[in-house]
Write a protein that binds this ligand. Structure first.
Ligand SMILES: [Zn+2]
Length: 122
């Protein structure tokens, strides 16, 4: 994810994470089609559909939606909270800034409430 974030240093990157049994196994980078990609992200419905189909075809489950904050802190922004339409899916937010204390953080966003999740590296 951090490699993907580094590829677009002035734009937010975004994509999906998939896996099985609580373990993330694969990354599906998407194209950020938002009109303001420096401060927001959006995945085109067609690409989203294609990725979900591939995740299911490979017998995986959707385990996260990620995007980067190229300049800001990697905590959900107001628009991230407003546009969090998947209350059961963790939102991963990346900070590509050198020296970021936690370059990858994950949150559940439900009814405008933000709860941070613990990420374990295996
Ligand atoms: Zn954001």
């Amino acid at each position: 994810m951090l490699e993907e974030a580094a590829k677009t240093p002035v734009q937010e990157c975004c994509g999906l994470l998939a896996g099985r049994d609580g373990i993330i196994m694969d990354i599906f980078p998407a194209t950020n089609t938002d009109a303001n990609p420096a401060t927001a992200y959006e995945v085109a419905p067609r690409e989203l559909f294609r990725m979900i189909k591939e995740i299911h075809a490979r017998n995986l489950q959707l385990m996260g939606i990620y995007h980067s904050h190229p300049r800001g802190q990697n905590f959900p922004s107001r628009s991230d909270v407003e546009r969090a339409f998947y209350p059961e899916t963790p939102y991963f937010i990346l900070s590509p800034l050198p020296g970021a204390p936690q370059p990858v953080r994950a949150f559940l966003i439900r009814d405008s409430n933000v709860a941070e999740l613990k990420i374990e590296l295996l």
